[in-house]
Design a protein around this ligand. Structure first.
Ligand code: F6P
Length: 323
């Protein structure tokens, strides 16, 4: 394979640029030509492609976001969109694609492979860590540390005013950021989509914490939790208890930006090189991920067939430590 393309798709995540850099430089190392595709699959359909060489990806390893831009593209769900995309690739002699994104992006990649024979390798890029087939996704560690920094700051003011804070973190479908930031931030309680949304239990825990002498508390709420967003949870708690004067902070898209951590840069670099090697070997329909210390190739469909779950023992750990 001589010519490949690389695109970022879905929500951006810190470390995507490090991934693009790794793909471009590895491709150059193996004697391939790389085209960067702007705005995800939409750019592929529109022919928004640009050749990328090693110097074009200099000084981006430290930058958040994605230099290729990203998009969620409805047209690519349709066969006609994929036909136009395949035409653009054929015009440029591109035979393989590296797709940096989440499960929606992989479904598109598999359809493109099936209908038009384009070889596709995925790299997991999302802050949510919700992609099966890998222990960690590119961007999760940075987002987690951003959430943690916010929680640490909120603790300062919560303690100063003897206040209860509800902090909302991202995570539509799972509570990786929620659970991990709550443990690392020493929160009193966490509500995540994986666990039952029990407001009475939350009130009991807060009451117990107060009885044990805690004058301030932090409750982390993952946005996808069944009890609702942080403002809703705060309202429900106020209705059922004396905790009426709380404050609510939504960290929101701050979690998506910022310079990637060393972990995310190294992860993206390892996966980018492996993705290119996989294309050079003629492989397709796979995602480069990490399992323990190893870089592995797993079927793209693992992303949604075996979604990542955190060990339930973390919930118990949380309870023990929130004493
Ligand atoms: O997929 C990552 C994520 O950050 C989710 O946690 C969040 O719900 C969502 O993206 C928000 O995405 P957007 O604002 O781009 O629609």
């Amino acid at each position: 394979m001589n010519r490949i393309g690389v695109l970022t798709s879905g929500g951006d995540s810190p470390g995507m640029n490090a991934g693009i850099r790794a793909v471009v430089r590895a491709a150059c190392h193996y004697g391939m030509v790389v085209h960067g595709i702007r705005h995800g699959y939409q750019g592929l359909i529109d022919g928004d492609l640009v050749p990328l060489g090693p110097r074009d990806v200099g000084s981006i390893i430290n930058r958040g976001g994605t230099i290729l831009r990203t998009a969620r593209c409805k047209a690519f769900y349709e066969p006609e969109g994929r036909r136009r995309a395949a035409e653009q690739l054929a015009e440029r002699g591109i035979e393989g694609l590296v797709v940096i994104g989440g499960d929606g992006s992989y479904r598109g990649a598999l359809a493109l492979e099936k209908e038009h024979g384009i070889k596709c390798i995925g790299m997991p890029g999302t802050i949510d860590n919700d992609i099966g087939g890998t222990d960690f996704t590119i961007g999760f560690d940075t987002a987690l540390n951003t959430a943690l920094d916010a929680i640490d700051r909120l603790r300062d003011t919560a303690e100063s005013h003897d206040r209860l804070f509800f902090v909302e973190v991202m995570g539509r479908r799972n509570g990786f950021i929620g659970m991990f930031s709550a443990i690392a931030g020493g929160a009193e309680h966490v509500l995540v989509p994986e666990n039952p949304a029990d407001i009475d239990e939350l009130v009991r825990n807060l009451t117990r914490a107060k009885e044990r002498g805690k004058r301030s508390s932090i409750v982390v709420v993952a946005e996808g939790g069944a009890a609702g967003d942080a403002a809703t949870v705060a309202k429900k708690v106020a209705e059922r208890s004396d905790f009426k004067d709380s404050r609510v902070t939504v960290i929101g898209h701050l979690q998506r930006g910022g310079s990637p951590t060393a972990y995310d840069r190294i992860l993206a670099s390892r996966l980018g090189v492996r993705a290119v090697q996989a294309l050079a070997e003629g492989q397709s329909g796979l995602m480069a991920g990490v399992r323990g210390p190893e870089v592995v190739l797993r079927p793209l469909s693992d992303a949604w067939e075996h979604p990542s779950r955190f060990d339930p023992a973390y919930a118990e750990l949380m309870q023990i430590l929130a004493l």
